[in-house]
Design a protein around this ligand. Structure first.
Ligand code: LLP
Length: 429
């Protein structure tokens, strides 16, 4: 029996498995906190996009901010994906797994000159430009290197993606992109600069989007611009609709990737732009439900009976914390929590919290669980924005990671050694 949204996580009797691997056994072997990912889940998520795009000019650029571990990048590189990067660090990672520059698009509002230089030297396919000053700086950097920088403007279409305010990006008041009304003038400037080559247009309206309509609204706004540009003699080669497709954490029902892509293609055809190459930048929908975070229960701290002295809630204290998985603390995100061994005992209501010294350090609130100290819990849907957002707060080394496929498993990242956390520090005289 599989779990909602995560077809590669399921019960075999009373033991929770990821593909054919017993999660508790993985946790005992490698220790906790431990991220575990399913390679088949990642491949099948990418295949859903690829199948819907078959026969059309396209490039699915995995937004590697969602999970940038080398073995994850390798999995997508081998499957033929491109990559969306937002920093020189991400560029270095993706080059380290042998990806060609021509499969990389570079997004982000604050690219530095040094990052631009390295990306030009790597021959990236496109810079998604987010402001007029950035455009001019890139033109200078490219000119000094004696190359032409391929550019696409990230247009802010001013549509509401209907998601959490921190992860909504396509509204007029968000810091991202170039306002729709300014775009034409900025394109004209880009086209006039000899060290730039206009190649595309781009938008990204937010993340964890569970409806198709905001995509189609944004697409219409972007296509209006494509047409206005054509009238101006500026022809584009590609249109990038960004990422943002949501996943099921609890009961969300986002469109399937294939359905979303088909609707986007239909709209492109209907408006006569079927020849444009379509780029997408999915992150979460490729990796989110491929991963779990395993954590061991350290202590149970039951609350006091109502009307008596003591804390009011039941706390289940685990060894993973907000530094390992930031999403609940940062967005009040709900993520499923399931024991890796089913106990046939009465459940109680627990707040699952970590050891970090903040009341905001929780992974789940008011969860019905039958648990005992020493049990291993799996936090579900943790493949995206889990490890990549991990920090060393409280001088906690970051978790180890394993990849599984069938009954095989690989340790893909060692647990971070505490000594390495202060290795670059110096005492003073
Ligand atoms: N392209 C651009 C330009 C982006 O900014 C993002 C995500 C993506 C693609 C990929 O979006 P996705 O398909 O993963 O939704 N930390 C937050 C999510 C932040 C998303 C930032 N940008 C979370 O944990 O929910």
């Amino acid at each position: 029996m599989t779990l909602p949204g995560a077809p590669f996580v399921g019960w075999r009797g009373d033991a929770l498995h990821l593909e054919d691997c017993d999660l508790q056994a993985l946790a005992r072997e490698h220790g906790t906190p431990l991220y575990a990912y399913s390679r088949s889940a990642m491949r099948s998520a990418l295949a859903a996009y690829e199948q819907a795009l078959a026969g059309r000019p396209h490039l699915v650029c995995y937004a590697m901010k969602a999970n940038s571990s080398l073995a994850v990048l390798q999995t997508f590189a081998q499957a033929g994906a491109g990559f969306d990067i937002v920093s020189g660090g991400e560029l270095a990672r993706v080059l380290a797994v042998g990806v060609e520059g021509s499969r990389i698009v570079f997004s982000g509002v604050g690219k530095t000159r040094a990052e631009m230089r390295r990306a030009l030297q790597a021959g990236v396919r496109c810079f998604n430009i987010e402001s007029e000053p950035e455009l001019r700086v890139l033109a200078e950097v490219a000119r000094d290197l004696g190359v032409r920088a391929p550019v696409s403007l990230r247009v802010n279409p001013d549509v509401d993606a209907g998601t959490h305010p921190y992860i909504s990006t396509g509204l007029r008041d968000n810091k991202f992109g170039i306002a729709h009304e300014r775009a034409l003038a900025v394109y004209r400037e880009a086209a006039s600069l000899p060290s730039l080559q206009v190649v595309g247009i781009d938008c990204h309206i937010g993340s964890q989007i569970t409806e198709t309509s905001p995509y189609l609204d944004a697409l219409d706004r972007v296509l209006d611009l494509v047409e206005a540009l054509a009238r101006d003699g500026i022809a584009l080669q590609h249109l990038d609709v960004g990422g943002g497709l949501g996943i099921t954490y609890r009961d969300e029902q986002p469109p399937a990737a294939g359905d979303l892509v088909r609707q986007v293609l239909q709209r492109l055809d209907a408006r006569g732009h079927g020849a444009l190459e379509l780029l997408l930048e999915p992150g979460r929908s490729l990796v989110g439900n491929a991963g779990v975070l395993l954590t061991e229960v350290l202590y149970l701290k039951p609350g006091a009976e109502a009307g008596t002295a003591g804390q009011g809630k039941n706390f289940c204290i685990v060894d993973a914390a907000m530094n390992d998985l930031m999403r609940p603390a940062m967005y009040e995100a709900w993520m499923g929590i399931v024991p890796c061994r089913r106990r046939h005992e009465p459940a109680a209501t627990w707040d699952v919290v970590g050891p970090v010294c903040e009341s905001g350090d929780w992974l789940g609130r008011d969860r019905e669980l039958a648990v005992q100290p020493g049990d291993v819990l799996a936090v579900l849907s943790a493949g995206a924005y889990g490890m990549t957002m991990a920090s060393n707060y409280n001088t906690r080394g970051r978790a180890a990671e394993v990849m599984v496929e069938g009954d095989r498993q690989w340790l893909i990242r060692e647990r971070e050694d505490v000594k390495s956390l202060f290795a670059g520090e110096r005492l003073i005289d």
